[in-house]
Design a protein around this ligand. Structure first.
Ligand code: SF4
Length: 93
């Protein structure tokens, strides 16, 4: 996995956040750890599985935890961020 892979993952997350009205974690250390985990899973497992969730090992079942996972919208709505603290709700202006 190269720095370019991580930056590509960052760009994808940024574009998705923009589209959905979310923001990325402003803590760069936490953010880059998640981006690194996503890029690593993509490289090793062929899909950007959530680095903060357990995979079952069955690709069909695990589709729901490919980022952005099935749970993130509800988590962001209820807790202000997704489980991995990648995406955050935008603060009201
Ligand atoms: S919890 Fe966040 S980082 Fe993990 S898959 Fe869901 S949206 Fe992506």
């Amino acid at each position: 996995m190269t720095e370019e892979d991580i930056e590509a993952t960052r760009a994808e997350a940024k574009a998705y956040a923009k589209e959905k009205g979310y923001v990325l974690n402003v803590d760069e250390k936490q953010l880059s750890a998640v981006l690194r985990g996503l890029a690593r899973n993509k490289e090793r497992l062929g899909a950007a599985y959530c680095p903060c969730r357990l995979r079952s090992g069955d690709p069909e079942k695990d589709r729901i935890i490919v980022c952005p996972c099935l749970y993130h919208e509800q988590e962001i709505e209820e807790q202000g961020s997704c489980h991995c603290r990648l995406f955050f709700k935008k603060k009201a202006e």
